[in-house]
Every structure is written in C-alpha cells, then in structure tokens.
Design a protein around this ligand. Sequence first.
Ligand code: UN1
Length: 509
Amino acid sequence: MQDILHRLGLDSATNSGVYADGWVAHPSGDPTSSTNPATGAVLGTVVAGGADDYEHCVQAAQAAYARWRTTPAPARGELVRQCGDALRAHKDDLGALVTLEMGKIRAEGLGEVQEMIDIADFAVGLSRQLYGLTMHSERPGHRMYEQWHPMGPIGIISAFNFPVAVWSWNAFLAAACGDTMIWKPSPMTPLCGVAVQNIVAPIMEAAGFGGVFNLCLGDVEPVGETMIADKRLPLISATGSVRMGKRVGEVVGARLGRSLLELGGNNAIIVMDDADLDLALRGVLFGAVGTAGQRCTSTRRVLLHRDIAGAFTERLVEAYGHVSIGDPMADDTLCGPLINAGAVDGMLAAVASARSQGAEILCGGQRAEVPGLPGGHFVQPTIAQAPKALPIMQDETFAPLLYLVPIDDLDEAIAIQNGVPQGLSSAVFTRNVLNAERFLSATGSDCGIANVNIGTSGAEIGGAFGGEKDTGGGREAGSDSWKAYMRRQTCTINYTSELPLAQGIEFGG
Ligand code: UN1
C-alpha cells in the first residue's frame, strides 16, 4: 500500500489539501484523516483549507483565467490530452487508491479512472468542436450567429462515491471550454483529491497554467458555504445529496449564478413478463450490489411483473447468496464496505422502517462480519419484498438495500417508478418493442436516463448524465453538456449602410 501512496506523491503522513497555482505548504484549516472503510485504518492526513486558503485559490483561478480564456481551445485540449495520458500511466495506482479510500472493489476503482480517461478524450475532441449555430437574419444585409465564450473560474463540489471521475467530468470539459476552477472534494476522500492534483499539476505547471485546476479541501464551513456564495464564480457544479443540492441551488440562485446539480437517485428496474430473465438478473445484481449500492445510479427498486415475480425473486435471492462480501482489494470480492459507520446505521434504520411498513426481508438485513477486518463497515446486501410501494421507498438509502414490488402491467410499473421525488436513472427489461417504446415515450420514464435491457448504473460518458426533479436537472459529461460551462453570445452584424429594425418597426424618419 505504501508503494501505491508513494507513486501518487502521498508519502508524507500529512499532506496539504490546498493547491492554488502551487501547493500551499501549510493550509490554515483542520487536519482531516482519511480512513480505509474496509479496515478502519488511517491512510493519511490531509490538511484542509481555511478562508484565507480559499481566497488564494480564487485569486489563482482568476489570474489563470485571464490567460487561459485567450488560449486557443485546441491548445487547451492539448493539455487535457496530456492529463488523460498521465491518468493512463497512473490508472492502476489511482484506481487502487479509490478502492482504499472509498471502498469500491478493484475493478470498479479502475473503471472510475477509465471514466476519467474517457472524458479526457472526449474533451480533447470537444476542444475543436465548440460549435455555435448560424441563423438567417430577417433583415437584409445582416448576418446572425451565436458563439460560446468561457465563463470564468467555476466551483466544483464532488461526493465521496465517485471521488475522482466526477471531478474529471467537470474539470476536463470546463478546461477545454476555457474556464479555470476550484475543486472541493468530499472530506471523506481527501487523498483522492490530492492524488489527482499531483497527477495533473506538473502538466499544467510546465505549460504555465498551474492555476487552471485548483484544489481546496474543506468542510461546509468555511469552504463550501463561501464557495457557493462567491459571486466571482459564475457556475457551481455540485454532486451529492438532495439536501446539499437544495442549499447550493438556493444560495447560488439568490446571487443569480448558475448551478449544475447532480443529486440523488431512486432508480427502478422494471422486469416485464417477456424479459430475458438472465440479463435482468445480471442487470439487477450489478445495479443493486455494485459499489455496495453507493452510486447515485444504483438500483433501489425492482418492479416485477407478477407472472415472473416468483421465479425471478427466487433466482435473485440465490444470486445474493453467492455475493462475496469483504476486502475490496481482493480479486474475488463483489461487495466492499460502506463509507462509514453512519452509512451502516442509515441502512439498518431503513431496513427496520421497511419491516415496520410491511416488507419482508428475504435476505441480508444486517451488518456483515468479515474475518480479519473487524474495523470495516460491511453490511449484507439486502432484499426487501413488499406487496406494494411503501413510504420508505421514497427515500434514497445509500447502501445495498433493494426493494421488490410486484406489478400487473407496464403502466402501473411506470407510475410506481415515477412516483418518487428523484428522477435520475431507470430501466426496463423487455423483449417487446411496444413495451420498450412505451417506456421511452413522453409518458414513460420521467428520468434523465432511461435504459432498455441494461441496468440503471454504469452509464457511458458520451451521453449527458443527470436527472430531473429532486435529482437537480443538471447534465454533466457527454453530448452537449459542455454548454453549461460556457456563456452564449448571439451576434448580429449589419454589413449595409441601412439600419432596418427587426419586426419591421419604423422609428422616426
Ligand atoms: C454517481 O454515482 O455519482 O452511471 C455517478 C454510473 C457512473 C457514474 C455514477 N458512470 O453509474
């Protein structure tokens, strides 16, 4: 493990958590311990930023912005390309650090770094494709077009569950778009933040652009609240809980800034009677147990057509019986720990609520003891079956707790699926094209992501990622999500010596 930390530049027992166009040697905030959720062992300490450190970050980002925004976009893309290559070189180590600090299994830690590499590639291409439209003017001798300009320094707040990839979705797009930024990573995964900064900083510094990517570890106070209220940051991109997102939306909205929110999900898979049940089983298992249920896209609810409910449930419970729970660094583990003791308590409380509301716990429901790892926050992946949707199913519990509910037809399933506050991801398993199209229609799934014969989690970066309702409405990563990081300007040019007015208005002589 020391080797991994060493190769990521995390040798010292105490690391700075503040980078403002260069590492700040002694930040004024509190030391934050990073704990391995599988063992309870301290991996290292990172010192958070105080109000003065935050201010340095903003000034560094502003100074860099003055030059970065006039650097041609393809030249900005070239530096993002180098960052992507550096991530390729560090994929194994950074993936391992994600596993050590966050607890997701090795394959998923590597997958997360791959997601960073993919978005870097995407952003490099994008740097030559920041297209605006042209329009035909209604006035003779006039030309109209729109162009996209950089916006300014932006703030990025990310969550513990994707401690590196979510930064890159924002950071690489924003950098290609000409923005500079300050990143506030989750205080639960501070080493991941420092490691990423260590990987990209040499590239940016060598090009004279160390102030493009800045880091300010810190809690809500003093960093988070100061950042969201800061008028110098025209955009705040925040990933996390609905509660946090509401606060960000309120504060940023009050100063008429822009926020890009990617908040909780409550994702359902509908399994129809005509589904390929083998596929559905695998989709549900990965969606519900993968990342120990700690993705915002994790499958929380399975709505089972009555005709296959019994058989499917039996197979699912059987499959849960084979899930190996344990050290996420071990090759054969499928389910690692939850992030901390509070998350375990939260899951057990949800199980108790489900039970009291009439659900039957088909498997799991308790803490899991893993031999040799008494300090780990392990739980048993749990299936709770209920005859109908229960109030507890309105909540997102960030844990491997899956609810099964029977349905009679697709319309009922869609109504239950949509009948929650969140609207991130959704899926149907069916081999009937009419069911698939009905699910994808305007009266079908109300989520930002709607899949057919694929589970709810594990989206590719090429699509726009995010959801509706309490999920916050933001879109990150692929498609035209880049537009959130730029300001649009509509330009009209008159190349005549007349001054006709739009709408045919005659004004004076
Ligand atoms: C998250 O959980 O915040 O679609 C992001 C997925 C991943 C991203 C999840 N690509 O599951």
